[in-house]
Design a protein around this ligand. Structure first.
Ligand code: AMP
Length: 267
């Protein structure tokens, strides 16, 4: 039989561990709650507790916080948008193509314009994107004109603007080899990211298509329109001190890392 002085002081017996648990479990809960509710981690909160951005309520009086990706077609904005979690991705190109698919009034009026690689009128786009606003948005392909940038200034609080810079000939090569899934919107490249089964989406097995505006003549026109209209938008944000230039020829992971560090400096 053990002498009382030989009793083990640690680890504590079962009854002693209950009050310890009762003290530390709420403390851990408070720490976790504070962490995901801090303003820097605000977008991450949706990763922990939400699965669909459509569930996030948009309070009427709230101003959305926006991150903007500006870059010529094929510069990798869409790829980076997929990697950035916590923001609702709004691609004006995708929204417009969706309208065309639905055969809506907007779709009918912009199909020909898009097929030629020209700009769709601002009035057609503003209502469309506003209807997709949520507390944290990532705008891909908007704004592309100074008018759009000024309109957006009234509607959202912009936290960062990234300009994707890449050589035009490389872009033409990238875009002519681009194939997309019309169903799940997956993006492939016949050279650098071919699908496992030729011409078929890896995710949903839908046959891949080439976008009508991904042919060389239209691509060159889109580049010309982009350079003419969007250069002043880049300058607009540079003057506001919001702009980060990105060398878009780097690997997608390197670019994602740069973007992440800029948006979440404390992570
Ligand atoms: P994207 O998929 O971003 O390359 O866009 C495809 C096409 O949609 C563009 O070539 C334009 O015709 C049209 N488009 C997309 N976003 C805008 C915008 N912000 N302003 C005007 N037209 C746009």
């Amino acid at each position: 039989m053990k002498h009382p002085s030989q009793k083990r002081a640690f680890p504590p017996n079962f009854f002693f561990s209950i009050p310890l648990f009762l003290i530390f479990a709420p403390l851990a809960g408070i720490f976790f709650w504070a962490e995901i509710n801090s303003s820097a981690a605000e977008p991450l909160k949706y990763n922990y507790i939400k699965h669909s951005f459509d569930e996030i309520p948009m309070k009427k009086e709230a101003t959305p916080q926006a991150v903007i990706f500006i870059g010529p077609p094929g510069s990798g904005k869409g790829t980076q948008a997929e990697k950035l979690k916590g923001y609702r991705h709004i691609s004006t190109g995708d929204l417009l193509r969706e309208e065309i698919k639905k055969g809506s009034k907007i779709g009918l009026s912009c199909k020909e314009i898009i097929d030629k690689g020209e700009m769709v009128p601002d009035s057609l786009i503003s209502d469309l994107i506003e209807s997709h606003f949520s507390p944290h948005i990532l705008l891909d392909g908007y704004p592309r004109t100074l008018n759009q940038a000024r309109w957006l200034d009234e509607k959202v609080k912009i936290s960062q603007v990234f300009s994707f810079e890449v050589n035009v000939d490389k872009l033409v090569e990238r875009l002519t080899n681009r194939r997309v899934c019309p169903s799940c919107k997956g993006v492939y490249n016949l050279v650098s990211k071919p699908p496992i089964k030729p011409f078929t989406c890896d995710q949903c097995a839908t046959p891949l298509i080439q976008r009508a505006d991904d042919v060389e003549t239209v691509i060159r026109n889109r580049m010309r329109v982009y350079q003419e209209e969007t250069a002043p938008v880049i300058e607009f944000y540079r003057q506001k001190g919001l702009l980060t230039n990105l060398d878009a020829s780097q690997t997608p992971d390197t670019i994602a890392d740069l973007i992440h560090k800029k948006i979440f400096p404390s992570y």
